[in-house]
Design a protein around this ligand. Structure first.
Ligand SMILES: *Cc1c(COP(=O)(O)O)cnc(C)c1O
Length: 370
């Protein structure tokens, strides 16, 4: 029998695609780096853990529900979201993390020869999904670390189907204010879908920051992404969603896998939205305290840093980012290397409780002193 011929079976764009290597599990990293604890500052998780209502729900989850398929279209959760945002439940589509929702949008709008437009230094999943699906990702360089509206407009052509705007941007923390966003959307003039990824929305307190949930009422081509992975600390349960006009959602739903969102996640997400105000306040305070401390420490160390919105900061280090990653991991601290985000020798650090931030600062100071 002859062998399988992968080169003829596999599309060229898949052969050319370089797969992402996920981080090893914590127990494996602890063994490798010889430490008995690990502070995870690498994934922008909320270190406070989920809000009280979600926590209670997870603790009490009934195992008899494990054999029962979840609601295939997140019926109850969409009702809860609709009530919270004053919209129709038909305007929401929930996915297995917003990563799944990104894939559904790309599948719904792009066909052979089409392209998407986004920035070169942003959340990489937009680019990856486009490329492994065979579509061109036009990556527009950041300008002063932020998305460049004019250059993005210039990149649009008749085959551009989706523009991804990460607001605020992961990893730089920059954002478009309401005027910038509005003028961009006016210029796009409904020629393509504009995704506004608001994964860090709940962290932002700037007065001029636009709320995609309002903006989408004015612009039928706007699709807003939100997630329960960041503020609501439910990353393990994988729930994200999009909100758009219901006729747009009807189209995207056709490409979306039903039953992809598990029951525990659906229920915990709905629970997390109830009485979330104090929890959000506490998280914002933790992040603000962490930001203040890191700014002071980075300045003392003479390091160049970026500090914007979101629960993370970036800092440039005087060695390779992979080397400092290993040195910090040996001290029980995980950071995110930024070469993959096209920021060589920068690291990104999530902002968590002060004692951990202090431990990070001490570890960083030691590593740099040697
Ligand atoms: C973390 C993050 C997401 C969330 O992804 P999930 O799949 O919902 O966990 C989406 N967009 C950006 C920019 C993020 O940083």
């Amino acid at each position: 029998m002859s062998d399988i011929s992968l080169s003829s079976l596999v599309p060229a764009y898949i052969q050319a695609f370089e797969p992402y290597t996920p981080s090893r599990p914590d127990h494996e990293l602890m063994r490798r780096f010889g430490v008995d604890h690990l502070h995870r500052l690498n994934n922008n998780e909320n270190a406070l853990g989920p809000p009280p209502n979600a926590r209670r729900f997870i603790e009490q989850f009934n195992p008899d529900l494990a054999p029962v398929y979840p609601s295939g279209d997140c019926f109850d959760l969409r009702q809860t979201l609709a009530a919270k945002f004053g919209k129709s439940e038909n305007q929401f589509l929930v996915g297995n993390g917003s990563c799944e929702v990104i894939a559904s949008v790309v599948k719904a709008f792009c066909q052979r020869g089409d392209n998407i437009v986004t920035a070169d230094k942003t959340f990489a999943v937009y680019e990856w999904i486009a490329e492994f699906s065979g579509f061109e990702a036009r990556l527009i360089p950041l300008r002063e670390h932020g998305f460049d509206p004019q250059a993005m407009l210039d990149a649009i052509d008749g085959q551009t189907k989706i523009i991804f705007v990460c607001n605020p941007n992961n990893p730089t923390g920059t954002y478009w204010d309401l005027d910038t966003l509005r003028s961009f959307l006016n210029s796009v003039d409904n020629r393509c879908i504009v995704v506004i990824d608001e994964a860090y929305f709940e962290y932002v307190q700037e007065p001029g920051f636009p709320d995609g949930m309002n903006i989408m009422e004015e612009y039928p081509n706007v699709v807003v992404f939100r997630t329960f992975s960041k503020m609501y600390a439910l990353a393990a349960l994988r729930i994200g969603y999009l909100c758009a006009r219901s006729d747009v959602v009807d189209i995207i739903r056709r490409t979306h896998v039903v039953y992809s969102v598990n029951s525990l996640g659906q229920k915990a997400a709905a629970a997390s939205l109830k009485d979330d105000a104090d929890f959000i306040d506490d998280t914002r305070t933790m992040v603000a305290d962490g930001k203040k401390l890191l700014k002071e420490e980075f300045s003392k160390l003479g390091l160049n840093y970026l500090c914007g919105q979101g629960n993370f900061m970036m800092v440039k280090v005087p060695m390779s980012d992979t080397l400092i990653y290993r040195k910090l991991a040996h001290k029980g601290i995980l950071v995110r290397t930024m070469t993959g985000f096209r920021f060589p020798d920068w690291i990104r650090v999530s902002l968590v409780q002060l004692p951990v931030m202090e431990e990070f600062c001490n570890a960083l100071t030691e590593v740099l002193r040697k």
